[in-house]
Design a protein around this ligand. Sequence first.
Ligand code: GLY
Length: 378
Amino acid sequence: MPVVKFKMNPTIVSLGDRSYKILIENSLKMLPRKLKSLNLGTDAVLITNPKINSLFGKSVRYYLKGSGLRVSPVLVPDSERAKSVKEAVKLLGAISKIDGKGKRLCVIALGGGVVGDLAGFVASIYKRGIPYIQIPTTLLAQVDSSIGGKVAIDLTTGKNLTGSFYQPRLVYIDISFIKGLSRRDFISGMAEIIKYGVIKDKALFNYLRDNRSAILRRETKALKEIIARCAKIKADIVSKDERERKSIRTILNFGHTAGHAIETAFGYSGFYSHGEAVGLGMIVAARISNRMGHLSVADLLKIEEMIGSFGLPTKIKRVDTRKIMRSLAYDKKFIHGITRFVLPVRVGRVIIKERISEEMIRQELNRLSLKTTPADDR
Ligand code: GLY
């Protein structure tokens, strides 16, 4: 059974003359026609990493050429390290070398969230902005990071601390990419999908519960259903609150406050992927919500069970809670030093709460830890 009947293609991010389509396809066949209709320029800088390039580069280049664009691939490192100031500067240099008289450049971001964020950010600042499109290859990027226009690089003090709001001209989702993902990458994407169920869509949450095997087998129908549903939720939220001025968009940060701090505390080492950290962050937020009396034990258990049932970690290993607390202090979501969390009140609805006691956050982080040092509890 589909979650809710809605028109899957195209989903539109509605932002006046910056509106764009999210297309959900099972191949790249439609890409040339869609690109031609957008009139993006003469030359495409195809930004990707070596791993994605070896998997999909050839076929993507074939379809891009079919659109009439001359294609110049540029490779960036295959990890969060790519989102550094150094890599952004290198990339700008490479783009300016490709640029030249009579050329009109566009950027094609082919990859996961790291490539999309870096490529989008560079597109936003090169010559004060050139068009870019997103071709997300991971589940996480297809349901979340390729949509919405927040593009950024990291600083050593925290994730995404330098960036822009810069919308792509198209998000082209080819769900066949998902079949080739490692189990870990696939599961990481599931964290963001569970997030959408908790913040906005109980029917999606129930669909995930009832169709877990089909989803884990990556059956096309199930993938299409969940990806389309999440893309639609994200598109609707971004259309209403592009710059996060009305707090509508803030709910997308569910699980990300503690999640980002966990990633930062581990130095983006990849010990926890973004999705795994978000899964842990959702548990922290749900437990805080329960302790504050906003979320029932029954719904807390449903959320925790859902996260665990897709194989995401539910305990923090090798944790130094003090490090995570320090990272929290740098988080953008900590407005002027005030703790700010998105808390579920039931499956399908969340609230935003400020001034959550740091002691409570620390205690919940400690409770999630497999090993804590006595100093963590002081
Ligand atoms: N690029 C991710 C977002 O805009 O939310």
